[in-house]
Design a protein around this ligand. Structure first.
Ligand code: HSE
Length: 336
């Protein structure tokens, strides 16, 4: 029997648990497509579980629900697990840490050094050290995939790769933080306060663990840096972002006045020669004036003009499917 693709999952919040459910429910279909996929290690911030024959994911999900941990206290922490457990892919699903990229950056670095491919939904390590991490992956002939970092499930990178196959993109504008768009939409349509709307977004699983990353613009800044690097071939890092205007100061009165002028306030991230995040008042008919938990982007192609992509771009299911897409792509690579 062909060897299984062995995964270590680090981070077991909304995205991790949804991915685990997908792997369980779709085991046969996945196996037919890329061969057996086995989770041999799982870690959250306080505990871990591992088994070289495959951990019992249903049990791990139950444990997380009951105790808030994936395993017993005192079990190896994530970095140790990556060192000790024989695996093919690190799936980094933890929430973004500090703006130094840690602790995800060390985990991704260690996994690549140990010869593992990496799939990450944690955007901070990519936003602060993209060139370094990609260089390390390429140098070792490993895949480092990050489709879930931008678009929350919408295939922005695949769409961009198709746009650039016979053309090039010179500028990207995107409404890249679904939480902020959801909050502004609720304020516009229901007249509720920002705090109420943000509490809804948190309840629906759209917001980051620290929601100030959403409304303060950091999440959108990370995403535009990663898009600029992947699509425009730049080597930006988060510190290169010039201006990061979030929505925290947007009042209900301003939202109402903008609506009267048939416009919508949206947080727009842009990258051409520099990455930046600013608040814009868009005409209601602008394709980027989207509503709800949506991410959307405009790719300005050099020869063929503007191309748009968008859709529901947050939440456990769509994000975990983006992670699964990357895992399956690595499964395909390994089977060749
Ligand atoms: N918190 C993020 C957002 C999740 O609201 O866009 C998807 O990246």
């Amino acid at each position: 029997m062909a060897r299984a693709l062995r995964l270590i999952l680090v981070g077991f919040g909304t995205v991790g648990q949804t991915l685990a459910r997908q792997l369980l429910a779709r085991r046969d279909e996945i196996s037919r497509r890329v061969g057996r996929v086995l989770v041999v290690g799982v870690a959250d911030s306080r505990s871990s579980a591992s088994n070289r024959e495959g951990v019992d994911l249903a049990k791990v999900i139950r444990s997380k629900k009951r105790t808030g941990r994936v395993g017993e206290l005192g079990t190896p922490e994530a970095l140790e697990l990556i060192r000790e457990v024989d695996a093919d892919v690190l799936v980094e699903l933890a929430s973004a840490g500090g703006t130094d990229g840690e602790p995800g950056l060390s985990r991704i670095g260690r996994a690549l050094n140990s010869g593992m491919h990496v799939v990450s939904s944690n955007k901070m390590p990519l936003a602060v050290a993209y060139a370094f991490l990609m260089g390390r992956a390429r140098g070792r002939d490993l895949a480092l995939k990050y489709g879930a970092c931008v678009g929350g499930g919408i295939p922005f990178f695949e769409f961009a790769d198709a746009c650039t196959a016979a053309d090039s993109i010179r500028r990207i504008d995107g409404v890249l933080n679904a939480t902020s768009t959801y909050v502004l939409t609720r304020m516009e349509q229901k007249g509720i306060s920002m705090d109420e709307a943000l509490a809804e977004a948190q309840g629906l699983g759209y917001a980051e663990t620290d929601p100030s990353m959403d409304i303060g613009g950091v999440d959108a800044a990370c995403k535009i840096v990663i898009l600029g690097n992947h699509i425009l071939g730049k080597s930006f890092s988060l510190k290169d972002v010039k201006g990061m205007d979030g929505i925290a100061e947007v009042t209900a009165a301003r939202v109402g006045a903008t609506k009267t002028r048939k416009k919508k306030i949206r947080m727009v991230a842009t990258v051409d020669t520099t990455p930046r995040v600013s608040l814009a008042e868009l005409p209601q008919t602008d394709p980027l004036a989207v509503d709800g938990p949506v991410q959307a982007a405009k790719f300005q192609c050099v020869s063929s003009g503007a191309k748009f992509i968008g859709g529901e771009g947050a939440g456990g299911l769509s994000t975990s499917l983006a992670v699964l897409r990357d895992v399956l792509a690595i499964g395909d690579l390994e089977r060749r």
